[in-house]
Design a protein around this ligand. Sequence first.
Ligand SMILES: Cc1ncc(COP(=O)(O)O)c(C=O)c1O
Ligand SMILES: *[C@@H]1O[C@H](CO)[C@@H](O)[C@H](O)[C@H]1NC(C)=O
Ligand SMILES: *[C@@H]1O[C@H](CO)[C@@H](O)[C@H](O)[C@H]1NC(C)=O
Length: 498
Amino acid sequence: MVRLPYVTALTTLFSYGLLFAFGQLRDFVRRILDAGKSSNLKVGPAGRRGSGYAPICLGLEDFYTRRLYLRIQDCFGRPIASAPDAWFDVVERYSNDSNKTLHCTTKTSKCLNLGSYNYLGFAAADEYCTPRVIESLKKYSASTCSVRVDGGNTKLHIELEELVARFVGKPAAIVFGMGYVTNSAIIPALVGKGSLIISDSLNHNSIVNGARGSGATVRVFQHNNPAHLEEVLREQIAGGQPRTHRPWKKIIVIVEGIYSMEGELCKLPEIIAVCKKYKVYTYLDEAHSIGAVGKTGRGVCELLGVDPTDVDIMMGTFTKSFGSCGGYIAASKEIIDHLKHICPAHIYATSMSPPAVQQVISAIKVILGEDGSNRGAKKLAQIRENSNFFRSELQKMGFEVLGDNDSPVMPIMLYNPAKIPAFSRECLRQHVAVVTVAFPATPLLLARARICISASHSREDLIKGLEVISKVGDLVGIKYFPVEHEKTTSVEKTKKLQ
Ligand SMILES: Cc1ncc(COP(=O)(O)O)c(C=O)c1O
Ligand SMILES: *[C@@H]1O[C@H](CO)[C@@H](O)[C@H](O)[C@H]1NC(C)=O
Ligand SMILES: *[C@@H]1O[C@H](CO)[C@@H](O)[C@H](O)[C@H]1NC(C)=O
């Protein structure tokens, strides 16, 4: 949970207030000037045409883009010129117009990568995966140029679906070319009008859009709060559908395994217990947890001791732990067959790229030890050890770190909008690449840097990262809990002395 300090909340609000006021003032002056010119085809700020046309871009998010995001856009979307390994090459850019437009140079800077979702280190060349991926590229080419139900169904796709089902512990699976689409297209294929979706308040945008697009009624429960989930469920079951009060056709509860902006583990056992009590379906998005947690990499079910048969629909992506792209749904044979018959993303979208499929097959085989080595088990032990080491060191330094132990995602709270570019630029200058996330991906006041740890980080890498983050943290002033810091270090010291 966020422990936003009072003074920080005030200064953060004040900063946004100032940005907002000045932005509005500038927009106002701009409008007066534009009105003076009144040219018909003039494209004004944010592409507004002069007359006759309704503005395409409107609202707070547009304002935010122009008045905040554009000022710090050098901190986002930095071009990369290598694989997202423990270290990678970040392309240096320059601007001649105060960062309004950025141009790539031919120079790159080697940086410690603390931002990619490369949890198990499969995103870079791998002795087992890479040669097989290259073989599959030669054999099948980069694309099937066809949908699954036409010519886009290779032996690899069938093999992957069987392997995913076996890996996550479900009877059947279906794979898609994109993780985002797996949520946004599957949810409407499962529920529709007259159904009820109960969604965690911090669910990923792909779930939000899937839920909205489904036509089902959507109710939100407080983030990771099983008691509130139960309250919402009781209320909704008692009330039934709006106006008619007929019983809901189906009710489905959607949660994530690890929340990607919070680094927090789902309270899955408690949530499953509530869902079972009220006989409602469960949908679990394991984008960040599959492969990354659990003794054998099988995600939050394994980590938290939940039987996968208790989760009706298991969703996950191949874009994190497996170093590929695409997503999957694993469920009963009945559900998977149903999806294969009706899901537009299966019937109308080109199938997953064969080399990407091969990458996942090979990565899962390594995780399962079916490559004939123990590298998979080592990677799993390493990601856990790395994550817990990095998290506890950050906490000792006095940062406000969100999330749970074992989670490789650890947000460091920045809060103040001025601290977003300061932290990001200074880390980069010291060859540590970090990702910062702000509104609309997080609530306005809760901007943060998000560290993602990988099994491919060595202890030296992590120490280098910690040193830089600590220095920059002092400089930028984001060690919000320095008192605890002293306590813990002195405890550490006495421990060492004993
Ligand atoms: C929880 C969650 N679901 C779905 C997705 C979308 O997956 P992809 O990036 O593979 O399209 C993400 C992406 O980060 C995610 O965090
Ligand atoms: C930006 O400025 C530099 C040096 O002042 C100049 O060499 C370069 O051509 C400019 N680039 C662009 C895209 O205008
Ligand atoms: C533009 O970006 C550079 C590099 O990230 C940064 O050092 C500089 O302060 C930025 N300039 C402005 C005007 O924001």
